[in-house]
Design a protein around this ligand. Structure first.
Ligand SMILES: [Fe+2]
Length: 183
């Protein structure tokens, strides 16, 4: 699979620029995580990039979200491992997460929202000044970015990362593509 084609397909299927940014952020963290864990960076990155490709097509229908996405990813040349991770990142289906890739996507997905919110509450709305410690504090504030499921983020322990390390890695990864995220 070629990244350029994957990104073009994401943009063709997702009009909302913030949702595209969410997928770019997920890609960046998945790449960084793959490097950290000695996994296939391209496979993990592209899984992150594509994971919500069906989000507008399924229009909030959780019974189809991620099933269609997995099919679209397969059409783009995704491996079964990638399609499976996309499929089970929506827990509404009840498919058990089996691989490290499955688990990684599941905990990275909500982390992007927490980090984005930590940037947006700053006067400059930029990631550059966000420190890992402030994201860690925000993690404990239930009312802050409430949509970023803390239990899901904490599943990073299942791929061998402490929460603090996971937050630091995620923040650095998103800072690395801050201009593309508009943050
Ligand atoms: Fe997502």
């Amino acid at each position: 699979m070629i990244r350029k084609e994957a990104l073009e397909s994401v943009k063709a299927n997702v009009e909302n620029a913030n949702l595209v940014k969410h997928m770019l952020a997920t890609e960046a963290i998945m790449r960084s995580l793959a490097r950290r864990l000695g996994e296939d960076e391209e496979e993990w990155g592209l899984t992150g990039l594509l994971h919500d490709i069906d989000v507008e097509l399924t229009a909030g229908d959780m019974s189809t979200h991620s099933k269609l996405g997995a099919d679209l990813a397969r059409e783009l040349g995704a491996s079964e491992a990638m399609a499976h991770a996309i499929l089970c990142h929506n827990e509404a289906h009840g498919f058990p997460m089996e691989t490290k890739l499955d688990k990684a996507l599941f905990c990275v997905d909500p982390l992007t929202g927490l980090i984005t919110a930590a940037a947006l509450v700053r006067p400059d709305k930029k990631l550059a000044g966000v420190e890992a410690n402030s994201v860690k504090k925000r993690f404990k504030e239930k009312g802050f970015a409430a949509g970023a499921n803390r239990e899901h983020i904490a599943k990073c322990s299942e791929i061998g990362l402490e929460l603090d390390e996971f937050i630091e890695l995620g923040l650095e990864a998103m800072k690395g593509i801050a201009p593309q995220l508009g943050l």
